[in-house]
Design a protein around this ligand. Structure first.
Ligand code: NAP
Length: 430
């Protein structure tokens, strides 16, 4: 590599990564460990502290998953790395300003928004996204003022993914077990006062469309405090549907059904434990009712109808009412738009091709994405590593092409370092 070529010792490639969660750290790591190019990374984060979902999303009783942060700490020690906390894109620095200061910008802001149920009563007190509950017990500064009414015996959780497994454990596990974790002291005290004994989990489709990982469901079923209740008739119906079209279902679906069948037969744990998680499949929330706060959740029974290669839920008009003061919607995280960047409102991601941000069908030079804002809120923490490595592969390819006279770097591609320092000063001022 010739002197003064981009990526040389004399002229390092300067990259801004926006968002210090897993995808951001994995992108920084892949960039800083690149063997041929000299790269400097400034990692921007709107909160004063790093680690995003690992710190504020992973459940406190899943400490092993949280050890991912050890690898991020090692990345932070690599030469060329800087962390700029308390700096928010759009608030403290504009997108164009950022682009003018760096050769490349990678957006890794995740999916902090929540999907809405779009039903009457959704805005009542006592109805909230699971994301807020998760942020609250993990000490996320945005959610420490959350008011929870845990005085009723029953909570309802909508959605059957792994965020649901987390919130069910937090609502029903032994408080003494939770006390051994890094749950915040304030939320542990509130949970100690909780009278919730039953969590009804609403799945809009059938048991064969359960999204929970086998391992996660098994952990709940084996918890000495929690009985898992599944209607054997619903399971038998699901098994019949799967047997009728086996090609439509993968081996994980079969494993989940086997596990649920074992649970229904009482092979994992016993009924009559202190708390219970009751699955109510083929049920959608129709309306939340109450005088200024949630008192009832009206639920509609569904039937499954074919939709392409899959099935979707269709309401039957038959209603049931559940008395409850707490309804957590755990129906998926969504990305939120960032000022100055394109956004796909249907899939809630920044449109991209192989990590290159696309605007009106053309790549936005020098701007990339990784993580949930790139592909949607799917996968586990480690999924973001491969995702960020792939984006960095694209970025490096673009740098090498630019060196050969095909420039596609950020608009300014400036050599300036002063703006980052100014931004740092602004962040530190708060
Ligand atoms: P998810 O796995 O996508 O599950 C979302 C659930 O919400 C699905 O059951 C979905 O049902 C349902 N849903 C969506 N819209 C709905 C609506 N309008 N009404 C009723 N139900 C609706 O999402 P998640 O639980 O938020 O998890 C996000 C990602 O993080 C996943 O990849 C998950 O594996 C991961 N995660 C992992 C862990 C762990 O490993 N411990 C913990 C937490 C999260 P349909 O299938 O019918 O759409």
């Amino acid at each position: 590599m010739s002197e003064h070529q981009l990526g040389s010792e004399e002229r390092p490639l300067r990259v801004a990564v926006v968002g210090a969660g897993p995808a951001g750290f994995y992108a920084a790591e892949a960039l800083l460990k690149h063997k041929e190019l000299k790269i400097e990374v400034d990692l921007f984060e709107r909160l004063p502290f790093p680690f995003g979902l690992v710190r504020f999303g992973v459940a406190p009783d899943h400490q092993k998953i949280k050890t991912a942060a050890v690898a991020y700490e090692r990345t932070a020690e690599l030469e060329g790395f800087r962390f700029l906390g308390n700096v928010e894109l759009g608030r403290d620095i504009g997108f164009d300003e950022l682009r003018a200061c760096y050769h490349q910008v990678v957006i890794t802001t995740g999916a902090a928004g929540d999907r809405k149920m779009r039903i009457p009563g959704e805005e009542l007190a006592g109805s909230l996204p699971a994301t807020e509950f998760v942020g609250w017990y993990n000490g996320h500064p945005d959610f420490q003022g959350l008011k929870l009414d845990l005085s009723g015996q029953r909570a309802v959780v909508v959605g059957v993914g792994d965020v649901t497994t987390d919130v069910v454990r937090l609502l029903l596990r032994s408080r003494d077990e939770l006390a051994k974790t890094d749950i915040t002291r304030a939320s542990l005290e509130v949970l100690r006062q909780s009278r919730i004994r039953e969590v009804v989990v609403l799945g809009r489709r059938g048991p064969e469309q359960l999204k929970m990982a086998v391992k996660e469901l098994k952990q709940i079923a084996e918890d000495p405090q929690i009985s898992v209740v599944i209607d054997p008739q619903q399971l038998a119906d699901a098994r019949r549907r799967v047997d009728a079209a086996p090609d439509r279902y993968d081996s994980t679906t079969l494993k989940r059904l086997d596990l649920m069948a074992a649970i229904a037969r009482g092979e994992l744990g016993q009924p009559g434990r202190a708390g219970s998680m009751r699955f109510a499949f083929l049920r959608s929330p129709k309306q939340l009712e109450g005088d200024g706060k949630v008192e009832r959740c009206v639920v509609e029974k569904n039937t499954l109808v074919p939709a392409g290669d899959d099935f979707k839920a269709r309401g039957t008009g038959e209603l049931e009412t559940l008395e409850t003061n707490l309804v957590l919607r755990s129906i998926g995280y969504v990305g939120t738009p960032l000022e100055g960047l394109p956004f796909d409102e249907r899939s809630n991601v920044i449109p991209n091709h192989e990590g290159r941000v696309m605007q009106d069908g053309e790549p936005l030079c020098g701007v990339y994405v990784s993580g949930w804002i790139k592909r949607g809120a799917t996968g586990v923490i480690g999924t973001n590593r491969a995702d960020s490595v792939a984006t960095v592969h694209t970025m490096i390819g673009d740098v090498l092409n630019a060196c050969q006279g095909q420039p596609c770097l950020a608009a300014g591609a400036a050599e300036a370092t002063h703006t980052a320092a100014a931004v740092e000063a602004r962040g530190a001022g708060r």
